[in-house]
Every structure is written in C-alpha cells, then in structure tokens.
Design a protein around this ligand. Structure first.
Ligand code: ZN
Length: 267
C-alpha cells in the first residue's frame, strides 16, 4: 500500500513537471512568434503577397474587402455628401519622432499633432511610408510611387490617405524627407524635430474613397481609403533614392473589388 502511494506521488510529480515544461515551450513559441512577426512576410519568394493568407493564419489577407484595388474612373460614383468631405488639420509644428527602415518600407513616425476629420470622426496621423511603384492603380495605370499617410481614430479604426507621385520637377518636401536616408534594413534614426507635411499634398484635393484593408499582413479590414486623384510631382532622383532604401517593388497586387463601390469627391 505504502509503495503504491509512493509511486502515485512520483507519477503526479512527473506529470506536473512535464506540464509546466509544455507551458513554457508554448509561451516561448508565442513570444517568439510575436517578435518575428515584423520580418515574417515579404514581397518576393515563399513569403510574397500570394502566400500571406497561408502563413498569416489569423489575418484577413484572404478576405472579401481587401486593398489595394484598381480604380476605374467611369465606375466611380460622385459623392456630393458634405459629411464625407475630408478636412486636413496639418501643422508645421508637428514633431517627426523617428525615421526607420522596417524592412518593408521607409517609415516616418510622428508624435500627436497632424490629424484629419472624415465622416464626422477625428483621426490622428501616426506614420507615413512609401511604395515603389504604387499599390493602387487608376484605369489600370500604376504610378511610380504611392505615399501612405496612416491615421487612426480613438476607436482604432484607420483612414489612410494615398498620394501618387509622377516624375518631373524636384519636390522640396521629398528632399527634406530624404535627407534622413540612407537607412539600412532594421536601422532607425531619432529625429524629434518639427516637420511640415502640409506641402506634400496635391493642389487639387479631389479624391476617391472606398472601404478596404491594410495592404500588409494582417490585412485588417477596418480601413477607409482616401486616394487623391491628382498626383504630386517628384524627381526621378527622389524616386531612385527611395527605391535604393526599400525592397524591390514593395507593392501588393490588385485585389478584387467584389460588391464594394468607389466614390469620387470632386473639389
Ligand atoms: Zn502602405
């Protein structure tokens, strides 16, 4: 009897050890997954956009409301609703916190300052980054670059402004931004200085809008897209300098529009 009890206690003890070991392994795996998330996906090879949905299991990457899309002018619906008029509140005093090469793009992180109001909601600018060439296309045409200005509301919903760039004259704002380059993959620079983004926008503020997703994993479908129709002009040298600091062709292909509508707000 005593012997049986001893064996029982020993077995219980052993199972406790193996259980906590399993838990530890699980925790390690989860923590590691979290850490490596930033570099897991890419724009080429086995981790390119067509595979995102396979290995990003909990993502929306295979959803029905994905971005980017091809905007077809004759299919857009003119939006005359004043409520959906976008208002830009950009100031020359907003602090550029840091510039970094996150391995997917060059990203500029801003402190709270610049914001927009859209559909009666306020969204704060968080960061801007670049795609070369553009992700959205208009009537099948892909622009040399697309700048994404990522804004977030208090409810954690996104409105991303997209600005296309065509090649021509030099852009002073682009020159000012590119002063912080080059940056190697994973490298970042603390800036902590005011930066005026208000001059980055095209003169004519007519825009397309539609409901979509983040164009990178986890491809979350809580993004309102506002794409300015008129491109800004940047120099070939400015495009090439960006290109040198980012993965080659960091864009996701056109996603099906499905039952969504694209609106045009004329200004
Ligand atoms: Zn983007």
């Amino acid at each position: 009897m005593k012997l049986l009890m001893k064996i029982g206690i020993a077995l219980l003890f052993l199972s406790m050890i193996s259980c906590s070991k399993k838990q530890q392994q699980h925790w390690y795996k989860e923590a590691h997954k979290e850490q490596s998330h930033e570099t897991h996906w890419s724009y080429d090879g086995e981790t390119s956009p067509e595979h995102w949905a396979e290995f990003e299991k909990n993502s929306d990457c295979s959803g029905q409301r994905q971005s980017p899309v091809n905007i077809i002018d004759i299919h857009t619906i003119e939006d005359r609703d004043q409520k959906s008029l976008i208002n830009l509140h950009y100031s020359a005093e907003t602090i550029l916190n840091k510039v970094r090469n996150n391995g997917h793009s060059i990203q500029f992180d801003f402190d709270k300052g610049d914001s927009i109001s859209y559909n009666e909601t306020n969204y704060n600018l968080i960061q801007i980054h670049f795609h070369e060439p553009s992700e959205h296309t208009v009537n099948g045409v892909r622009y040399p670059i697309e700048i994404h200005l990522v804004h977030q509301s208090q409810e954690k919903n996104y409105t991303v402004l997209g600005i296309f760039g065509v090649e021509g004259e030099q852009s002073q704002t682009m020159e000012d931004m590119e002063k912080f380059l080059p940056l190697q993959k994973g490298q970042e620079k603390e800036i902590e200085k005011s930066f005026d983004l208000s001059k980055l926008f095209p003169d004519n503020k007519s825009y397309y809008s539609y409901g979509g997703s983040l164009t990178t994993p986890p491809c979350t479908e809580n993004v309102q897209w506002v794409i300015f129709k008129e491109p800004i002009v940047v120099s070939l040298e400015e495009v090439l300098k960006l290109k040198d600091n980012m993965p080659l062709e960091n864009f996701r292909d056109e996603q099906p529009l499905n039952d969504r509508l694209v609106y045009l707000h004329k200004m």
